[in-house]
Write a protein that binds this ligand. Structure first.
Ligand code: ASP
Length: 604
């Protein structure tokens, strides 16, 4: 199309496309934006003009402004326009779906600043069910970002970050930037590395978090630090992960755990106000072991009950071999009660069984408490009396179904924890308007890695053991025959959980070199290796390190809650795909041979 494009010249916009109301009727206005929709009715042409604030209906009338009307013939969706005109109250029905729905603008002049190719997908089909494929939308991210929903999310994110800054600034924290070109940091993921040209053969690592540096700011005497920090982790991606993400990172000196909890509560309480949610000043706390026992998860969703109930005691003398075997090996038998679902069909219980098998469970047993009788997959093997006893211990009432899993503790927790969530989704038990915060405390210090039969840091290697467990920790590290006791050591580590999502985590740190040395030893690191990786930090610990602790909160995760989305890419302006690619820029990409040569790298 051969169109003469207009220039902006000295024209100034008077209002945004979301701003005009009845009070503006009679005003002469200038609006600028994109064509969201155009309808041609012969002598009248209607244009919905959109900018980041909203949409305004513009009318071009052949009689009163023939030039503008004629010019409008050629325009299409996403053309960039300026219009001059007068605000008029709409005749007949007002559009209640638009904030500007009471008025329209009768254009006297139309400027076409730019054309647009036919969009690769329809933007205005905004209902999320109708969206084009995500890959296509990521390739044309600048188009997708024009959608009101994403405009809202990205602005909400900006507000959240501002609220966080406001909060910490008001509390005397100092914002300190730490480098992106760093040395390997220990959050347990793979590093992204950057080759050094000047020091051929050497590499920087991008920070998995600013963990060590924020601790060093405490050693440096800053007392209260925060940063909106970019972190990079080269992990196998899951739906809700991105290779780079942002976190609020904070650290403070001379504090106990409660003092850090207060800052976590304070910050989240301040941020949640953005969506009108009032959290209690002090949130509930739950130890990790209680969370695992009651919910089978270290991030329990407290918007509904359906807790796990332990049936092991009632079955301790059972001669049903699979159960007896589990108990003899220190495992357990637990259940959840699904209210009002004694009518579960065979197909449904089979489906749920398949579901728990994904989490390692061997089978799913069930009891249904129907009006007239109990039925159970265990009736034959346990006898009706035992089944009735189990139903009563589970607290099931008439009409309920009981779902039972037996196995190793970790398997029972994982399977029933996941089943609890799945059943809640299927039965629609989750109150979508509720927000339930929780601080989970006393995480285990180590996780056992079965493959290598070694212990890895559950949080990171700078996390302090609980005072009560320091002796246990020392014994487990120093006496090789007691190494397995590491699994019992609890740490001063904690998480913020909101509606079943882990939104933040942190710990009180080790501030004494002796304990830090022991911890590296516990993790199977020789003193030489520890020195090689963290020598600078071990040195720093010896120059007067104050007791300190802190936390980091995921900005994306928090924004997902603020925006009510389960898709992390909905709260990032330029996210990567689940396979870690940027489809818009087509990265990662190749580099020139000359660049590789300069870096001393050859690709084999
Ligand atoms: N560095 C930790 C993380 O990124 C948080 C912390 O311990 O403060 O998860």
């Amino acid at each position: 199309m051969d169109l003469m494009l207009d220039t902006l010249g000295s024209l100034e916009r008077t209002h945004t496309c979301g701003e005009l109301r009845k009070e503006n009727v009679g005003n002469d206005v200038v609006l600028m934006g994109w064509v969201a929709k155009k309808r041609d009715f012969g002598p009248l042409t209607f244009i919905d003009l959109r900018d980041r604030d909203g949409v305004t209906q513009v009318v071009l009338n052949e009689k009163t402004s023939p030039d503008a009307h004629a010019k409008a013939k050629d325009i299409r969706g996403e053309f960039v326009l300026g219009i001059k005109g007068t605000v008029v109250e709409r005749e007949g029905t007002h559009n209640a779906r638009l904030a500007t729905g009471d008025i329209e603008v009768h254009a006297t002049e139309l400027l076409i600043f730019n054309t647009a190719k036919v969009p690769p997908f329809e933007l205005e089909k905004a209902g999320s069910q109708n969206l084009a494929s995500e890959d296509l939308r990521l390739k044309y991210r600048y188009m997708d970002l024009r959608r009101p929903q994403l405009q809202h999310n990205i602005r909400m994110r900006a507000k959240a970050v501002r609220a966080i800054r406001e909060y910490f600034d008001g509390r005397g924290f100092i914002e300190i930037e730490t480098p992106i070109l760093l040395k390997s940091t220990p959050e347990g993921a793979r590093d992204f590395v950057v080759p050094s040209r000047i020091h051929t053969g050497k590499f920087f690592a991008l920070p998995q978090s600013p963990q060590i540096l924020k601790q060093i700011t405490m050693i440096s005497g800053f007392d209260k630090y925060f940063q909106i920090a970019r972190c990079f982790r080269d992990e196998d991606l899951r739906a809700d992960r991105q290779p780079e993400f942002t976190q609020l990172d904070m650290e403070m000196s001379f504090v106990n755990r409660e003092q850090v909890y207060r800052e976590m509560e304070g910050m989240f309480n301040h941020v949640m106000k953005l969506i009108g949610v009032e959290f209690p000043a002090e949130w509930p706390r739950m130890t990790h072991s209680e969370a695992m026992r009651r919910y089978g998860s270290d991030k329990p969703d407290l918007r509904f009950a359906m807790e796990l109930i332990d049936l092991s005691a009632e079955l301790k003398d059972t001669d049903f071999a699979p159960f007896a075997d589990v108990l003899a090996k220190g495992g357990e038998i637990k259940c959840i009660v699904v209210k009002g679902r004694s009518d579960y069909s065979r197909k449904q219980t089979d489906e749920l069984q398949e579901y728990v098998k994904r989490y390692g469970a061997g089978a799913l047993a069930w009891i249904k408490v129907a009006d007239d009788a109990l039925t159970s997959s265990l009736a034959k093997v346990l006898g009706e009396e035992k089944v009735a006893e189990l139903a009563s211990v589970a607290g099931a009432e008439k009409g309920d179904a009981i779902l039972i899993v037996a196995g190793r503790r970790s398997v029972v927790a994982a399977a029933l924890g996941a089943l609890r969530l799945e059943v809640a989704r299927r039965e629609d038990l989750i109150d979508r308007t509720a927000y339930k915060p929780l601080i989970v405390t006393e995480f285990p210090m180590f996780e056992h890695d079965e493959e290598s039969d070694s212990y890895v840091a559950a949080h990171h290697p700078f996390t302090s053991p609980m005072d009560e467990d320091v002796e246990l920790f020392k014994t487990a590290v120093n006496d090789p025959s007691q190494h397995h006791l590491l699994g019992q050591v609890r740490a001063k580590a904690y998480d913020v959980v909101i509606n079943g999502y882990e939104c933040a985590g942190g710990s009180i740190r080790i501030h004494q070199k002796e304990i830090q040395d022991l911890n590296f030893k516990a993790l199977g690191m020789t003193p030489e290796k520890a020195r090689e990786r963290f020598g600078f930090f071990l040195d720093a610990l010896e120059y007067g390190t104050p007791p300190h602790g802190g936390f980091a909160a995921g900005i994306e995760r928090t924004c997902m809650i603020l925006c009510g989305t389960e898709n992390i890419r909905d709260v990032m302006a330029f996210p990567k795909t689940a396979s870690a690619q940027d489809l818009m820029m087509d990265s990662p990409g190749e580099v020139d041979d000359s660049q590789l040569k300069e870096l001393g790298i050859s690709i084999g």
